[in-house]
Design a protein around this ligand. Structure first.
Ligand SMILES: Nc1ncnc2c1ncn2[C@@H]1O[C@H](COP(=O)(O)OP(=O)(O)O)[C@@H](O)[C@H]1O
Ligand SMILES: [Mg+2]
Length: 379
């Protein structure tokens, strides 16, 4: 096994397309790193650079401390599992598993030993003589994993390996991949566009957007302390509510969040808040941090229910600020409440934000603060 390091790596394709820009990222020996981002953000390119299928334009790429920029793929000892598995259709499972070892001219008994060991590990000893078309999607996925594993690679790369499986199988195989990684101690880079998959699988998750690394952190830190608007909006389902707002002075020397015509008092303020007073900002609040006030209260922001989703264990209520018939251009937000709660469209609802769960983003998308940095405003 080996560590991996990207150092200021750029990948520019013909025609000047920057697929990757200034990527600096270190992956420890034995770590499972998940790389996530929307389609076209450069995830596959990251893997293809490591595997040697594409050449780095600028910067340095290291595997196990060795610079590999100009090393051909065969000399990198990196195994890649592709989205479509790319199995040889006319070879049996055994033939597919043997293939990479035959290419390396390993002795026959050694090939046999490795293939059977990996087949046993993946629970597919009974499938060894079948052809790929005689396998289910999940089994084919396992053969593709096996073909990578037999090589005993230093680094294991998986490019959206579950996207051809149905939802239930995806959860099962995802858990298997996690277990396999722990059992083998392999250094693994796993790429997906699915933030749920990333959050449940990764020790650390790297978020990529338009070829630029946004943040790399354990799942919980990404969720609680996103560094910018992109990460805040990408991680989490239902997504974080984001809406235009301003910080304003309120009665009694307090600070408030101005949202449309209404103000929500804040019990704390971002560090350096004075510089942001009255400036246009984007406010962010996760659906579970939106509180619904008791009926009859005059406190909190008045909203109108525009939609309700009853999910059994929780209820998602979509509300728009203001009384019924208020400005439809105002951004509606979602509150996530536990249990079954009864609401009707058009109901008036008072809501509050948990101040310590409120995020504020500047026009460039950078986060103004995280909750720990909040302190008493004292205007
Ligand atoms: N061989 C290529 N030539 C030119 N542009 C490419 C090539 N491969 C990928 N790209 C571009 O690079 C960007 C990143 O692609 P890719 O790494 O495949 O994204 P992802 O895997 O995240 O969907 C995209 O804009 C894509 O169109
Ligand atoms: Mg891709």
């Amino acid at each position: 096994m080996a560590s991996v390091a990207f150092e200021q790596v750029d990948k520019v394709f013909a025609g000047g397309v920057y697929a990757i820009r200034g990527l600096t990222l270190a992956i420890a020996d034995g770590e499972l790193l998940v790389c996530v981002g929307p389609s076209g953000c450069g995830k596959s390119t990251v893997l293809r650079l490591l595997a040697g299928l594409e050449e780095v334009t600028r910067g340095e790429l290291r595997i196990g401390g060795q610079v590999v920029n100009h090393l051909p793929p065969q000399q990198r000892n990196v195994a890649m599992v592709f989205q479509d598995y790319a199995l040889y259709p006319y070879l049996s499972v055994r033939g597919n598993l043997e293939f990479p070892l035959k290419m390396r001219r390993l002795p026959r008994p050694e090939i046999r030993r490795r293939v059977e060991q990996v087949a046993a590990m993946l629970g597919m000893t009974e499938l060894l003589e079948r052809l790929p078309r005689q396998l289910s999607g999940g089994q084919r996925q396992r053969v593709a994993m096996g073909r990578a594993l037999v090589r005993d690679p230093a680094v294991f790369l998986l490019d959206e390996p579950l996207s051809n499986l149905d939802a239930k199988l995806r959860v099962q195989v995802r858990a298997e991949i996690g277990e396999l990684q722990q059992r083998t101690g392999a250094t693994m880079i796993y790429v997906t566009h699915d933030q749920m998959e990333a959050m449940t699988l990764g020790d650390r998750v790297a978020v990529l957007n338009q070829g630029v690394l946004q943040q790399v952190a354990p799942p919980q830190e990404l969720y609680e302390h996103p560094v910018n608007l992109f990460v805040a909006g990408f991680i989490g389902n239902p997504p974080m509510n984001l809406f235009p707002a301003r910080l304003v002075g309120a009665p009694q020397g307090r600070l408030a969040l101005q949202w449309g015509e209404q103000q929500a008092p804040l019990s704390a303020a971002p560090a350096g808040w004075r510089a942001w007073l009255e400036r246009p900002l984007t406010a962010g609040i996760r659906p579970e941090a939106v509180r619904v006030a008791d009926a009859g209260t005059e406190e909190g922001i008045l909203t109108t229910v525009v939609d309700v989703e009853y999910l059994g264990h929780e209820t998602l209520v979509k509300v728009r600020p203001g009384p019924a018939g208020a400005d439809p251009a105002m951004t509606a937000i979602v509150a996530r409440l536990s249990g079954m709660r009864r609401f009707d469209r058009g109901d008036g609802l008072r809501i509050r934000f948990a101040t310590d769960r409120l995020y504020l983003f500047a026009a460039d998308g950078g986060v103004l603060t995280v909750s720990e940095a909040m302190h008493e405003p004292g205007l």
